[in-house]
Write a protein of this length. Structure first.
Lengths: 827, 191
């Protein structure tokens, strides 16, 4: 029994109103929806269509309440999800009003007329808002005895999402999500009256990178996941909060698992980062960790047979330690960590390189990179966090203008794309410095600043002259420049970005593609930095680290090390004796041949891997490590925000990298104190950060090489769903990848004599690839290829990158799409 | 001490000789249980042999002893185990935990899970007391066919749930006229 509150003069702030809900006086900001005000009071009004992140629709009518305005009751119960608060309103919900309660029961009865009684076979059963609310607010029996309307089911609207129209209550959450949040209006309401249903256009599947969210927000079992179909019930599942390991956004997730196996992932609720959405890769790509070829035992190359054989940890670590110690005392060891490590693991690599291997030859960048990039990262990115004024998701949303430079938000950081779109729907102007009007440009209502690949620095430098409105917008307080991974392939671009930021006052954020890159930078898994942003070349910083690590003064190497390319060149030419490789695929690197030669000619290779990779074939010791779900740790997302997560699957026996390296270091008479991720984090905290001051790079862009007849400049970037090895074992997910096509401008097609119906062959002297071609608004003389999709792996097929010159011709053979059978396994 | 005291001492013994014997001759003579005795479970079949279990896990949900494990599966056109979309791909009852309360059979929406009167549930191996689907499925009766096979009684699951028994009678009547599966099944069982 609730008691009426004592009469009190509640202060009503400016822009607020006072109303009464179920006898409670409440102050609410103007424009707030009744249902939310009630929720703040702890009064839950049943609802289906209402979602706090979607615009109100009033579609399901379940949230009816009785409303009185100025002493006069409204003639009928009102939908509280569409009605905003007003001064002096008196609202009675189902808790105090028999009218509202009866209205809600009536709506529920109507919703259930055609809803099948197939809860036992429905995946939503047990976590179904309709089921729960029917029990709570519905009648105990139905007065309708007619046959229910039926549809064939389930209808796959994409390879991931199955639609069951019988169960649908037409709340339109999915269509509103697609239209408002993701901007992929492929799912719509069709027909009218009792035949009204959700559907997709004929022959056009529901192709969206965010389609999994519609499954999660569906309040009934109308949209279900093909991958999770009939896997489990909510009461079987143990839900563990986790952080997505795919891109650098660091989305909060909920991992549901049963009997030691992850069954599904759901979006977590983190308003600062991913709100309530995640991309399909984050949601569906997790089975790589249970692939059959995963390493479970350490492997050592048998001296006699030359084959890898399973062995004990003791022997493997001893062999690895002996080999690495010998190499360290000879010409040295290089460490390639890959970009997918947790902060703790990356720290262990950084410390292992310095303490056990006595070298600065460590680099996390398993992709195209440059010295200019490192200078830029050191001067501009290092040490920025949400706490010290770094760019954040909310800053993007509030920015008057955002310029994306060499960054494809939808493909490389989908949650950043969602924020950009959300911002653009309000007032933010979005500019994209890229090559063509990609879906992301359209969906962020962006302006494309098109340029030839390699011409980005020149375009930025000339921005003031040719597009004064852009620089004008960027001068607005809080404007943001987002730089992507691809910028490292364009010499002079980082310098131009730094210059533009300095001249306009816009803030800069670097958004890498992989989850571990930002963390690896901060903990010193780079040749020029020690953990905590300290410069290797700074003697004071070195002694600070030596002190914290308990080393004898002067033990840390004083010269900056080699970067990934330098390490590979040195290993291939015999200037390094050994390599420690973790999560590096040669086909991610600008010169895969060099990487393979390096692995082949390095005297001793230790590979820390989850599953077989290119390094395995040349490895002398393979040490199995734990995937993200089997370890704890944290990622540093692109904002510099620490995203801690605990172990989801306990007791699998898989060891995180930091533990393996700690034990390996002990074998080499060095102590890392990184036995567990918690210990590593504590050790890193003890060291603290002391971010070095550095100046931005000032590299001038080289002159562009003009394509000759039959040639074009290659523009390329990776798509979200491609051949990445973390998407292995997920056929449903792969089914929604975008089609593999090349793109050229209409004029270029004419110029090169391309027939748009036919396939084209793009080639360099190192190789070629054949695929269908499509017209896009690229600059003339440019051809675009997906980076690593289907049969096209630009690095493998062409040994080329963004800005390379390639030959383009009409294909005379069968399309690679049809003939190629090998798939690259690049991460 | 009286004269008849030794005989008195046998009084109870003698009187018992004329009463009905309560000793059971188990296992030589097996006791017939009450008809609704809660014995070992059984997973029933539709008249054509398809499984009634849809893998909904309501039994596992209802089980107070957490003795039941179920995992659903997706029926495909190539491999159909039950009418409709879903079937129980994995079904286990742990008789070390089962308390025979019968809540599971009350929860079952398809009458797939029932209890038989079989009570001999003892073993010397704990592993053997975890009964799997193979142990629990009802035997194939005449006219039944081992799944996976297509739906024989109708076009969809509605036919099974609404008109199942009638359709089954038709099926049996139709097949007994011309040397049918049903008859051969009976003969097979006879051998």
């Amino acid at each position: 029994m609730t008691l009426a509150p004592e009469k009190s003069e509640v202060e009503v702030p400016e822009g607020h109103v006072k109303l009464v809900i179920d006898g409670f006086e409440v102050v609410a900001p103007k424009g707030e929806l009744l249902i939310r005000t009630a929720e703040r009071l702890g009064i839950v009004v049943p609802r289906f269509c209402d979602h706090p992140l979607l615009e109100p629709a009033g579609a399901c009518r379940q949230c009816l309440v009785e409303v009185e305005m100025g002493g006069r009751p409204m003639p009928k119960p009102q939908a509280s999800c569409t009605m905003t608060v007003a001064d002096g309103m008196v609202v009675k919900t189902q808790l105090t009003s028999p009218v509202a309660d009866k209205a809600q029961q009536g709506v529920m009865e109507l919703l259930l007329i055609n809803h099948p009684l197939d809860c036992p076979i429905c995946d939503k059963g047990g976590e179904c808002p309709l089921q729960n609310q029917a029990l709570k607010h519905g009648r105990s029996d139905s007065r309708f005895h007619e046959h229910k309307r039926t549809f064939p089911k389930p209808l796959p609207i994409s390879t991931q999402v199955l639609l069951d129209r019988e169960r649908c209550v037409l709340c339109q959450r999915c269509t509103r999500f697609s239209a408002q949040i993701a901007g992929d209006p492929f799912i719509e309401l069709l027909e009218r009256g009792s035949q009204q249903q959700i559907g997709v256009a004929e022959g056009k599947p529901f192709q969206s990178y965010f389609s999994g969210n519609t499954i999660q927000i569906c309040p009934v079992g109308a949209l279900t996941s093909a991958a999770y179909r009939f896997r489990a019930r909510p009461f079987d599942l143990i839900s563990t909060p986790s952080v997505c390991e795919h891109c650098s956004s660091g989305c909060a997730e909920r991992t549901d698992w049963r009997r030691g196996k992850v069954q599904r992932k759901l979006a977590g609720d983190d308003p600062e980062v991913n709100e309530e959405w995640i991309c399909d890769k984050g949601r569906f790509a997790f089975r790589y960790a249970t692939a059959g070829d995963r390493f479970t035992r350490p492997l050592v190359r048998d001296a006699e047979s030359g084959e890898l054989r399973e062995t004990s940890w003791t022997e493997a670590l001893q062999v690895a330690a002996t080999g690495l110690a010998a190499a360290r005392d000879a010409k040295g060891v290089g460490v390639l960590t890959g970009g997918r490590l947790t902060v703790e693991d990356a720290y262990a690599y950084a410390k292992f390189a310095r303490v056990a291997l006595k070298t600065n030859d460590v680099d996390f960048r398993a992709r195209a990179h440059s010295a200019e990039e490192l200078e830029f990262l050191t001067s501009t990115v290092l040490g920025t966090t949400p706490d010290n004024g770094g760019v954040t998701f909310t800053a993007i949303e509030a920015a008057p203008a955002v310029l994306c430079v060499a960054f494809e938000p939808e493909e490389e950081a989908p949650i950043v794309f969602l924020r950009l779109r959300k911002a653009a729907r309000k007032k933010t102007k979005v500019f994209h410095l890229g090559q063509y009007t990609s879906p992301a440009v359209e969906k962020t209502f962006g302006t494309l600043l098109a340029c030839v690949p390699g011409g980005e620095p020149a375009a930025l430098n000339a921005l003031e002259e040719h597009a004064a409105d852009v620089t004008e917008a960027l001068r607005g307080s809080g404007s943001v420049i987002l730089v992507g991974e691809r910028a490292a392939e364009v010499p002079g671009l980082f310098s131009a970005v730094a210059r533009l930021a300095a001249s306009t006052g816009a803030k800069v954020a670097w958004i890498p593609r992989r989850a571990g890159e930002r963390g690896a930078l901060e903990v010193g898994a780079v040749p020029n930095l020690l953990p905590g942003g300290r410069l290797v070349s700074d003697a004071a910083a070195r002694s600070e680290v030596e002190n914290a690590w308990g080393l004898v003064a002067g033990t840390l190497p004083t010269r900056a090390g080699r970067d990934t390319n330098g390490i590979l060149v040195a290993a291939a030419s015999g200037a390094l004796d050994a390599l420690v490789v973790a999560g590096v695929d040669p086909f991610d690197l600008p010169d895969p041949g060099l990487a393979q030669r390096a692995l082949e000619f390095a005297g001793f290779v230790v590979s820390l891997e989850l599953r077989p990779s290119a390094a395995t074939a040349h490895a002398d010791v393979v040490l199995p490590i734990a995937p993200a779900v089997e370890k704890s740790g944290s990622y540093l997302n692109w904002e510099g925000r620490r995203r801690d997560f605990g172990t989801t699957l306990e007791g699998t026996g898989a060891l995180p990298d930091c533990r393996v390296l700690d034990t390996l270091a002990v074998e080499m008479d060095a102590d890392l104190f990184t036995q567990t991720p918690a210990a590593a984090a504590a050790d890193l905290d003890r060291l603290g950060s002391n971010v070095a001051e550095a100046s931005a790079p000032t590299v001038s862009a080289p002159l562009l090489v003009q394509p000759t007849a039959g040639q074009a400049v290659l523009a390329t970037w990776r798509r979200m769903l491609d051949n990445g090895s973390l998407q292995d074992e997920e056929p449903n997910l792969a089914g929604t990848a975008r089609p593999v096509v090349a793109k050229v401008s209409a004029a270029t097609a004419v110029h090169l004599g391309l027939d748009l119906g036919a396939d084209i062959t793009v080639s360099t002297e190192r190789g070629s690839v054949t695929l269908p071609v499509e017209v896009a608004d690229l600059p003339d003389g440019v051809v675009w290829l997906p980076g690593n999709s289907g049969p096209v792996t630009v690095r493998r097929n062409l040994v080329a990158g963004h800005g390379s010159l390639v030959a383009v011709a009409v294909s005379d053979g069968p399309s690679a799409e049809k003939s190629a059978s090998d798939r690259g396994g690049n991460a | 001490m009286g004269m008849f005291d030794p005989i008195k001492g046998f009084g109870v013994t003698f009187s018992t000789m004329f009463k009905k014997v309560v000793t059971e001759e188990y296992p030589e003579v097996k006791k017939v249980t009450a008809p609704r005795f809660h014995g070992r479970h059984q997973l029933n079949r539709h008249p054509d042999g398809l499984e009634k279990c849809v893998g909904c896990e309501l039994c596992a949900w209802a089980c107070p002893a957490d003795a039941i494990f179920v995992e659903g599966g997706d029926n495909t056109d190539d491999a159909r185990y039950s009418p409709g979309e879903r079937f129980g791909a994995d079904y286990q009852i742990n008789y070390l935990r089962c308390i025979g309360c019968g809540l599971c059979i009350e929860a079952c929406p398809t009458r797939s899970l029932t209890m038989t009167n079989e009570y001999e549930l003892a073993d010397d191996d704990r592993q053997k007391l975890i009964f799997t689907k193979e142990d629990l499925l009802a035997p194939l009766l005449p006219g039944m066919e081992q799944p996976p096979h297509p739906m024989r009684l109708g076009d969809n699951e509605q036919d099974y749930y609404v008109n199942g028994p009638a359709l089954a009678r038709d099926l049996l009547a139709g097949s007994s006229q011309g040397q049918s599966n049903a008859e051969s099944a009976v003969k097979g069982a006879g051998k």
